[in-house]
Design a protein around this ligand. Structure first.
Ligand code: CO
Length: 218
């Protein structure tokens, strides 16, 4: 019989089942978890309930450091995402940074509309800035759905560039050869993760022409 209660009502009971499952596969699971974390990946994704980070890449607790916000944005003065990046790279030494957008992103959709959305305006401005940078390409796409999908991809690309603009990425990569920044899109219709194949080293080289924080000169 199907349980008709809400997820919220079932959550604590579900948690007990989850503990039992984890212990059944590895009796020391929580002992290891308590010893600390050394995630390999920093995932920066959308808060959308369908794009669930660990679950869609088959990751276990302890493997992915996660930051999610509306439309996976990395703003130049956003202490939240910048602190996550600083900590994940400078202290946890992640080897990969993934910016993951998703098709049918409500944040990207909202940014495409000429509408005052209150406190969301300054946040959506980051995405409208992406549209402005790529206006020629986007305006040339007559199909609205296709244009929406392309903006999702371009937003991922520009947020990857914003990650590359940070001193911690530039300095750590030049010193150690990691982390590498990747751009992905999650297709909610198929479940597929699509690698946009961002040429990280080329982007880094290009970014350092203007935003070089890597090597202190002199
Ligand atoms: Co979204």
């Amino acid at each position: 019989m199907k349980d008709q209660s809400s997820l919220y009502e079932r959550a604590l009971a579900n948690n007990k089942k989850w503990i039992a499952e984890k212990r059944a596969t590895n009796k020391d699971f929580f002992k290891h978890l308590a010893e600390g974390q050394s995630p390999e990946v920093l995932y920066i994704g959308c808060s959308d309930s369908r794009a669930t980070a660990e679950d869609l890449m088959g990751a276990q607790p302890g493997q992915v450091f996660v930051h999610r916000n509306i439309a996976n944005v990395v703003g130049g003065a956003d202490l939240n995402s910048l602190s996550v990046i600083e900590f994940a790279i400078g202290h946890l030494h992640v080897k990969h940074v993934v910016v993951c957008g998703h098709y049918y992103c409500g944040g990207v959709k909202a940014a495409m509309q000429a509408k005052d959305l209150g406190v969301l305006n300054p946040w959506l401005r980051y995405i409208r800035d992406v549209y402005r940078i790529h206006q020629k390409e986007l305006d040339a796409i007559s199909d609205e759905d296709q244009r929406y999908r392309r903006l999702v991809e371009l937003n991922v690309q520009e947020q990857c560039i914003n990650v590359i603009k940070t001193a911690v990425v530039q300095k750590t990569f030049l010193r150690t050869g990691a982390p590498v920044v990747h751009g992905w899109v999650f297709d909610v219709r198929t479940g597929e993760l699509i690698d946009l194949k961002i040429d990280f080293e080329n982007e880094l080289k290009h970014i350092r022409e203007i935003y070089d924080l890597g090597f202190e000169k002199g």
